[in-house]
Structure formats: C-alpha cells, structure tokens
Design a protein around this ligand. Structure first.
Ligand SMILES: O=C(O)CCC(=O)C1=CC=C[C@@H](O)[C@@H]1C(=O)O
Ligand SMILES: [Mg+2]
Length: 370
C-alpha cells in the first residue's frame, strides 16, 4: 500500500445535549478526522481522544502531536502491505493508543476500499445487522434520567446504560426498575468513581438484576476488581482498565470481570480489538463495543468491529441524530429498525463524508506527505 498523503483535521462538534459522567461533562466533542490517501482511494478514521485527560491520559492535543511527530513519519518511512503492519510498526511507541488507532483505522478503511470489500468483511465480520444500545449520562434529577430511558426504549434500543457516581446510583437504578420493570436490559457505568470502601453500595446495586456494572473501581486496576467480582453476582465489565490483549488475558485469569467493553481507540486499533475479541471468545467472555461520542466516521468503525461473532451484547453505538444536528457523514448513521443498525456492505466504512458539515466544524487542518 502506497501512502501518498495524510490529512489531519481537528473538529469541534457541538452536542445536542450535555453529556455528563462521573469525571465531568462534554458539550462540544473534539475529534481528529484522519484521512489517508493512496492509489486513488482514501481511508478515514477518527481519534476519539477527548479535550481533557479525564477518561484516559490522551487528549486531542497529545494525539495530534504523537501522530505528527512520531507515527506519520514512521508510516512514510515504512513498507505497509496490510493494516496489521501498522500495528507492528507502532508497537515500539508506548501507549498513545487513540492516536495509533486513528491512523491504523484509516489505513484499514483504505485497505478495504482498495480491495473492494467492506471494512466489516475485511475484519472477518459476517453480521448484516447489529443490535445497539444507548448510553445515558448523569442528569440533574432522576426524573430526567427516567424521561431519557422512556424515550430511548421507545426507539427500541437493546441495552440501556446509565452513568452512576457516589450519591447518584442506587436511587436511579431503583427508579428505573420500578418504572420500567425487570425486563429492561439495564447496566450501569461508574467510570472508576468508586473504591472498595463502597462495597455496600455495590452490594445494593447487585440486587437489581443489572446486565453488568462497568468499571466501578480505579481506571488502571484489575486486582481490586477481582476481589469485588467475588462479592457480586452481577458481572463486572472492564473498560478503562483494558488497553490491550495482555490486559484482557490478565483480567480473565484473575477473574476481574465477566464482560469486556472493547473501544477501538482505547486499545490502539482494529487489529488489537480483533485480538481481544478472539481471546474473549476462547474464554467464554462476551464483548460489546463501547462508544466515545464519535462522529459518524467513528460510528462506522464501531459498526464494522461489532460485526464479529463474539460481540454478543449490544454496544453503545446509538444513532448520529441523538448527538449531532448534522453529522460529518452523509445522512448520518441512523437506525434501520428499532435498536438496530445495518452493517454496510459497500467498500470500506460504507459512509461518504459530508464535506459541508466538516467545513462547519473544522478548526485546524494539516496535510503531510512523504
Ligand atoms: O458514545 C456514546 O454514546 C457512549 C459514551 C460513553 O458512555 C462514554 C464515553 C466516554 C467516556 C465515558 O464517559 C463513557 C464510557 O466510559 O463508556
Ligand atoms: Mg465506560
């Protein structure tokens, strides 16, 4: 694969609503749109790093710096035959996974287009349709969470994730169960807001038949999560703690979790996502695709990876129109049926960029050539 040009565009996309988690809130999503040009085709992906280092250590600024100063020069000075070569090329660079994933994902899209196959097929996925869920942030009141749950259940979403934090947890979960019953596929995401001191709260949550409790403890822990998992019947799902397939192997060996949330950006790309998927499949650990409030480009990548067979739990890949007045892909990523998205079978990610929308959001563009 001959790479002729790489374009980085920093976009600021205003959200339709304020999205709050235990570590803060977002009203404007920053992202870096990466476009890799070669042999008449162009591949696209996005860096999901956020504007501040509160989900992980990466930010838009660190991702741009790492791509510009280290990763793009490596790509221009190396032979890339397949996207897996990118994963090997970037291995000596420590962490900075979201920057790696953005370039690697764009090259996966470019590769798929050059081969004339969908990204899903290039990854080995066979699903034509995926079930999806939705992630609801922390709201000022429980009633406001209930109103969002009601709306999104009416849209058919197959999993309802609510954010929790100390002081906003048992009450909101109990209210959802009382209002909507035991049948709602419900989970809670704590984003590392708790410690083992909160064991009583975790045991209370354990009585509500949750599908999982996501990342209750420290963002870089698998030891205490194993101790907590032994105390709960509800599966723990790890998100922030899992940066690569070795973390996943160790967490499975220790019994730290029963489910893993795969985020392509967090683990450094689609190749590593496949490795984690395959490892979890071999150990009977179901996975699902987490979200990072992506534009339609990132959503398209999430749809493609979710087409793999062990993605058996609906992911956080909700429709574009939930987040954006205008997405940066034509027509946005929209439900084809209640709680379901189609897996594109056209070459690559299967979505065309909306250049007018990009022009409205872009605040910085740079092109790099060998
Ligand atoms: O993209 C979506 O709709 C899901 C967003 C979401 O739940 C998250 C995004 C980024 C960090 C966290 O706040 C949270 C998560 O941990 O999954
Ligand atoms: Mg999470």
């Amino acid at each position: 694969m001959k790479i002729e040009r790489i374009e980085l565009q920093q976009l600021h996309m205003p959200l339709r609503f304020r999205f709050e988690t235990s570590f803060g809130y977002t009203t404007i999503k920053e992202l870096i749109l990466v476009s890799v040009y070669g042999e008449g085709e162009v591949g696209h992906a996005e860096s999901v790093a956020m504007s501040a280092p509160y989900y992980s250590e990466e930010t838009t600024g660190t991702a741009w710096h790492m791509m510009e100063k280290f990763m793009i020069p490596k790509l221009f000075s190396s032979e890339i035959e397949t996207p897996e070569d990118v994963d090997r090329l970037f291995a000596p660079i420590r962490r900075n996974n979201m920057a790696k994933a953005a370039l690697e994902g764009a090259i996966w899209d470019l590769y798929s287009k050059q081969k004339g196959i969908s990204l899903a097929k290039a990854l080995g996925g066979e699903k034509a349709v995926i079930d999806v869920g939705i992630s609801i942030g922390i709201e000022p009141t429980v009633d406001q969470v209930l109103a969002k749950v009601e709306r999104h259940l009416s849209e058919g979403y197959k999993k309802i994730k609510v954010k929790i934090k100390p002081g906003f947890d048992v009450e909101v979960i109990r209210a959802i169960r009382e209002r909507f019953g035991e049948g709602v596929p419900l989970m809670a995401d704590a984003n590392s807001a708790y410690t083992m001191e909160h064991l009583d709260v975790m045991k209370e949550l354990d009585q509500y038949g949750l599908m999982m409790i996501e990342q209750p403890l420290a963002h870089d822990d698998i030891i205490d999560h194993a101790k907590l998992q032994r105390e709960l019947s509800t599966p723990i799902c790890l998100d922030e703690s899992i940066h690569n397939v070795d973390d996943a192997r160790k967490a499975i060996e220790l019994g730290s979790c029963g489910i893993i949330n795969i985020k392509v950006g967090r683990v450094g790309g689609l190749t590593e996502s496949k490795r984690i998927h395959d490892l979890c499949q071999a150990h009977g650990i179901p996975v699902w695709c987490g979200g990072m409030i992506e534009s339609g480009v990132g959503r398209a990548h999430n749809i493609a990876i979710t087409s793999l067979p062990n993605f058996t739990i609906p992911g956080d890949t909700a429709a574009s129109s939930r987040y954006w007045e205008e997405d940066i892909v034509e027509n946005g990523v929209e439900l084809m049926a209640p709680g379901q998205l189609a897996v594109p079978d056209s070459p690559g990610i299967g979505y065309t960029l909306n250049q007018k929308a990009i022009g409205n959001y872009v605040i910085r563009t740079e092109n790099f050539r060998p």
